[in-house]
Every structure is written in C-alpha cells, then in structure tokens.
Design a protein around this ligand. Sequence first.
Ligand code: SF4
Length: 740
Amino acid sequence: MRKVRKTWVPSLWASWKPFGLGEAHPNAYSEIGRAARENRDQLSYAWRILNHGVCDGCALGTKGIRDWTIEGVHLCAVRLRLLRLNTQPAFDPGILDDVDALKSKTSAQLRELGRLPCPFIRRKGEKGFKRASWDEALETIAGRIGSTEPARTGYYLTSRGIGNETYYAAQKAVRAMGTNSVDNAARVCHSPSTIALKQTVGAAATTCSYKDWIGTDLIVFIGSNVANNQPVAMKYLYYAKKAGTQVAVVNTYREPGMDRYWVPSNLESALFGTRITDRFFLVHTGGDIPFFDGVLKHMIERGLIDRAFIEQHTVGFPALEAELARRSWSELEHLSGSSRGEMEALGEMIGGAKKAVFVWSMGVTQHAFGEDNVRAIVNLALTRGFVGREGCGLMPIRGHSGVQGGAEMGAYASVFPGGVPVGPQAARDLSRLWGFEVPSEPGLTAPAMIDAAHQGKLEVLFSVGGNFLEVLPEPAYVQKALEGIRLRVHMDIVLSSQMLVDGETVVLLPATTRYEVRGGITETTTERRVVFSPEIPGPRVAEARPEWEVLLDLAKRVRPALAGLLHFENTAAIRAEIARAVPFYGGIQDLAKEGDQFQYGGAHLCADWKFPTADGKAHFSTVSLPNADLPAGAFWMSTRRGKQFNSMVQEPSDALTGAERESVLMSGEDADRLELKPGDKVLLRSDLGSMECRVQIAPIRPGNLQTHWPESGALIDRQRRSPQSGIPDYNAVVRVEKLP
Ligand code: SF4
C-alpha cells in the first residue's frame, strides 16, 4: 500500500481561500455551536455519549470519537444533529389529547416535542391518545395478536440506533408468535447487494476494510455520496489522496461534496480543502449496467484483464465475454448516457490499477434491476482479482448504524439468523436450537406488508421506529393502508407522522435509546466490525423500555407456553445465544465493555481468493441490459437525501449543493432548451403524481433530474421493485411543465 505523505500537498488543495471562505460547504464549527446550544440542559450527558458511546448515525462505526481506521478525531454533523434525540426530556402527555392539532406539524417539529413519556392508546373515534400502563398496552396488543392469524400480522424494525441484540430478540419473538413477517430497514437499503454478493463471491457483506481505501491505487464510487451520508469517510479519502490513491465517481450528478471537501478536524484540509475526485463519469439514472459493460468491453479488447486469475478462480467469464462482444458501442452509449471515450477512460483507470476498491450505495441498489447493477460491479472487480487481498474489495457502504446487523440477526422476512434463507430445513434447524416450531415459509417484506394492508390482509402492524409514510413510495397509498390496519403499534423514542394516522386501535410505546439499554448493546459496522456500545449513565425517561425486552414480553403473553424459551436475563445473554445461532458472530459473547470489538471474517473476506461459494470460485454474471427507452421530452428523475439522516430531514437546505428541499436539479443544457432559469417554478409530473419544484442548475447528465426524498415520494411507482429483494425503485420518468 502507498504511504500517506506527512507534509502538506498544495496540489491537492481545493482552494487557496482560507477555510474555503465564500465556497459552498458545511460549516462544522457552527454545527458544534448548534449542538452545544441544543443540548445545553444536558451538556455533560451529551459529552459522555459522544466520548463513550458508539455513534448511532451511519455504519462507519466509532468508539467514542475515535475509530479503527485513522488517528485523530472521528465526529461529524450527522452525529451532532442526532445528539438531541438522545438527551431531550419527555413531552407532556397532554400534547396527545388532540391528534388533529399535531397533524400539521412536520416530522422535525414532532421530534422536537420531546421523548415519548409513556404508553398511549387511541381507539377509533377518539380525539387523542390516552395514557396507558405498560400492562394495559401489552394486554391490548397481545389480545389482538392472539386472536389474529399469524399470517395477517407484520413487524418492522428501523435501523436508527438499534442494536444486534434487539434485532435478534425481536425476530425470535416474532417467529415464536408464528410468522416470518419481520423486516427491517436493510430491505430498502442493501438487500440487492447481499443477494448479488452472496451469489457471485459467496460473501454477503463488504469484503474489505476502510483501511483498504488509504493507499490503494483506485477507489471507484458508484451511486454513492459519502460526503453527505458518511461524512467522516471524507477524512479517510483525504488520507487516501495523500497516499496517491485515485478516485473515480460514476454517478448521474457531479456531487459537489465528492469533488472538493473541507475536513474540519484536519488543519490542512480545514484550511484549504481537498480535491477528492480525479474523474467523474456522468451516466443516466439506471445507466450503470451498459456503462460498465462498455468499460469491461474495452478492458477485454485492450487486454487489461487478468486472464490467469479469471481462469483459476472464476466461472462464467466466457459467456459474459461472448455477450459483450455482441453488444454494440452505440447501444451501450445510448443506454448509459455516456460515450465510448468515457467508458474507455474508466477502463484504463481500472486496467492500470494493481489494487482497487469499489464502493456503492442506494444509487445502485434502489432500482428495479438493483441486483443486476451489483452483479455488473462485481464483474468489473473480478476481471482483475480486486477482492480478497489488501487494498481491494467490494463495499456496499451502509447508511445507518443498525442496518448491517439487522439482516444478519435474521430480522428479515426472507432469512433466518446468519442470513440463512427461510425454508423447511433451515426452519427445522432453528426449531431445534430454540425449542419451538419455527415457520418455514418466507414472510411479508416491508413493502408487501403495506400491500397486504391495502388489501385488508394485514390486521396487526408492530413498527419499531421507522415511518412508512415517509420511507415508502406513494404516501397516499401508504396512508390508506395504515388506516385499514386494525391494530398498529409504534414503538419509538419520539413522535412520527405515521403515529397520527387514524385507525381502529393505535398503541404508542416509549423506547429507550441505545445509550440507555442496561448491559449495553452491539452494532455491526459496514466493515463487519461488531462493536460494543456501553450503557451511558444519565437522565432517563422513567417509563421507556428497551425494544428487545418488550417484544419478548409480548411474545410470552401471546404464547405463554413458550415463556421459558423466550427469556433472556439481559443483553449479555442475548449475545451468548447469537454466538450459537450465528457462527460467524462467534466472539460477540465476550463483548462487555467500552472499546470491545472484533471484525468478523477478518480484514478481508474471500482472502487468498478462496471464495465461500459451492464450487469455491467467484462467479461472473451475464446481466441483461435494462429496458431504458425514455419517451420523447421526458426525464429520468432520481431521488437524493440532502441534509438528512434516513427520512429524518435535518436542514431545509443542503450546504453541499445549495439546494432547497423543493429544488429540482437540472442541467444547464436542459434548462436552456426549456427556457427555464434558476428559481423558476416547475411542475414535475409522473404517471402517478405531481410535485411543484424550483429549478436549480447543476452539473447533472442532461436528460436527468434529481429531487429530494421523501418530498418526491408521490412521483414514485410503488410497484416497481427489484425482482429478488423487493426493494422499491426510487426513480421515476417525469415530464417538466413550467409554472407561472
Ligand atoms: S461518519 Fe457516521 S459513524 Fe462517523 S460520526 Fe458521522 S454519522 Fe457517526
């Protein structure tokens, strides 16, 4: 690996203006000031959380404000913005007397009201929620679940801050209640990645470590904006740049944060910024497969692939090679929105690298062909053996702290703990371990739960965190579905808009934060590091309870005969069982104090090119080209987050792009053609809905637009989902009309 240069490197500087004065970038120092103001009533507790807890933001992972990749401080604005969720006091229960009065509030305003203080119940026709005891609330829920066919119940867990112990205990409780309909936020995030990686290289997780970024020859980011979503990753990239690593970005939009970034905790970068990306490759939304086909076609033609590796360690390449020979450059150019020259340029960068890491996110997975998008990336990496060795890897980078462990703990409709597909034999194995019968049919995924509710086939929904109203496409459809569910239970730390949707019976349960869980919890980071986060002493919401405990308590009430089999004394006991149920998590049972951690599988999966597939080889895939003909005059629209964390909007404008929430990013070329100026009002119309936006000119591939999500959820077709994992396609074909 190349070494990081210790001296300052002016050729990497983004600007000679100190601190990037006048440039568009987030101001970390004002974020610190803001966090101090917001948490002034609990400053010492906030500091203890930062200093001793594992960050509840993204899945980069921390130990306090340090990590395992670099020296120095690891802290970002996302974490600072989340702090108040953990320190704020409970709200006055009287607030919930009148639900209609709350319906006009935004999600951010609802969060700011404070923590949920106690259980509440609201029955049909009642104006508001009434306080309830835990016993009354759980008896109400258990009574309904007990009298409902298990197939008509569904359970969902978000990824915000939730630990492995909660996912594990929750899915065990749900399966004890007779259904596999338990899903978590990993579904709408990287389920296509886990499916495609498992099939191609036999490992369903990131194969390398963050350290592999620093000093490798090349990092390729595809549909990923770590500047916004995993901000400290930019510090890793600063060091990577100083070690001579090249960075290529394949995306629809030339993300300003990926172009240049000011790392606040590094003096050189804080002062002068750092130029991060060496070359952007702009493609159409959904144009990745034809683009990568062209890159690979060029590499084959130029002899830039490693035939010895391919012959010894892979299968499927001859079929792919033959198929690529048949695909014409003009077809690949048309479908990708790029040019042969661009494809050749990336092919030369990859072909010239001895080591490379491929990083991707929701821009790749959230498509109707999400699994194939991932397979196309794996194809590229396999051509030169860029997996299983230092400086190389496949990295589906995770956006949320809980999400890697969620699926691995089996909180998934389609897999049991350890990622074992749901089926008769696997159910028998699990039944032996747990001592009760485990259902063997896959359950409902999160989008399928909403469909079932719409059809009157879901009578109970238990949602731990999350907000389907803002996360799933077509909010009006989701609202109608939620209204039709006989019993909805929302367990969370704060209020959300889906709690206010009317229904026959709605129960709210107050949850603890991850820092309040007795015995601590663990989370699994993107690089497969299982990290212990201790309980942090501080103020408590007296009636809040950990989700793991509540779901098991509920299952015991529904199935009293199983009570003895559903008991865990504490989170340490859950960790001990995880170690037995999920062999690759062996070692989790020893995590007990701050700083304890291990990286399952070691620094590199598929090390020494030993692939854990049935035949021990990596598998190339011949991937179909997506059907991507755009009607004349229409645009591809993709969705972006901006200054937010998951669906939690944290800021009305994005300091990285300058965009407001109602902005539509449009190329100057398209704006000129439509005679639009910056700030003009336009109506975006898809087959399903419309949305008013303001034009913002941006460096985006002509023919493509970007809007913020969840605001543009009404334009998205809920029925377009990836074939294997059922992840919604958060893109749409839209037309643009100028408004007066
Ligand atoms: S980059 Fe991610 S893990 Fe690190 S502090 Fe920010 S939100 Fe937390």
